[in-house]
Design a binder for this molecule. Structure first.
Ligand code: CTP
Ligand code: CA
Length: 237
């Protein structure tokens, strides 16, 4: 997929890729986070640049070198990520958004401006606090809504699934694609420590309106990235 035919197929396009994992602050020294390394999103961004796209990479808490040819915008929390994407999209002319970032579904309901201290048993209290959570905005769903039935930007979701009692990875992914309303869903099998922080990945590419599934891998994240753009590029309007 990295051959001559794909080189330049994104020339003149502006694509936006989110990568990494958001952190939801609890106090100045603590956060709720997740295990996303950002490697897959960075590979998607790097591949788009190689194919000739202008790339804006919105990176949430990633410790990786900036990929060549990408403009990197750093964010921390889900709400910062949403604002950064909104600012890029407000500029107009974005052809595709790939939401590879692991966005926290919930954040602490309150942020403590000073470090939360434990109480001490010798002071007659060894209780623990209860952290209340509230929902974060669903950034991808908001992008679908913002498109208002139009075809641009093309929207790609990622879904990290382990499979559970309610269904296997593909069944859950199919339902998620329907729920999200995006144009392509990249379903990532993350059971048993697969995928997170690893260099190889197996994904299933799902589109609305067809039961056809393209499975890629186990393959490097670079090859998965190439397969994603192979799927997206012909459908850009
Ligand atoms: N996503 C998002 N905003 C959120 C949560 C997720 O934009 N608050 C995006 C992710 O970047 C990903 C896609 O939605 O591209 C799917 O994320 P996932 O966590 O798999 O889906 P959810 O709808 O949050 O469902 P659940 O976590 O319950 O499986
Ligand atoms: Ca989620």
């Amino acid at each position: 997929p990295d051959g001559a035919a794909s080189r330049g197929d994104l020339a003149g396009r502006h694509v936006v890729v989110s990568a990494g994992g958001t952190r939801e602050p609890l106090d100045p020294v603590r956060f709720l986070g997740n295990r996303s390394s950002g490697k897959q999103g960075y590979a998607v961004a790097a591949e788009a640049a190689v194919r000739g796209a202008r790339v804006t990479l919105v990176a949430a808490n990633v410790a990786l070198p900036d990929p060549d040819g990408c403009e990197v915008v750093r964010v921390g929390s889900a709400r910062e990520l949403e604002a950064a994407l909104g600012a890029v999209l407000d500029g107009g002319g974005v052809d595709a958004v790939v939401m590879a970032a692991a966005v926290a579904d919930f954040r602490p309901a309150t942020y403590a401006a000073t470090k939360i201290k434990k109480t001490h048993a010798d002071e007659g209290d060894d209780s623990a606090p209860v952290v209340e959570l509230v929902r974060n905005p669903d950034v991808l769903a908001a992008l679908v809504a913002r498109r208002a039935g139009g075809r641009t930007p093309y929207l790609v979701g990622f879904a990290a699934e382990t499979g559970d009692a309610s269904g296997d990875v593909l069944t859950l992914a199919r339902a998620k694609l329907r729920r999200k309303g995006c144009d392509l869903l990249v379903a990532n099998d993350v059971g048993d420590d697969k995928a997170f922080g690893q260099d190889e990945n197996t994904v299933h590419l799902l589109r609305p309106g067809t039961d056809e599934v393209v499975t890629v891998g186990p393959a490097t994240k670079a090859l998965v990235a190439a397969a994603v753009w192979d799927a997206v590029a012909p459908d850009l309007v």
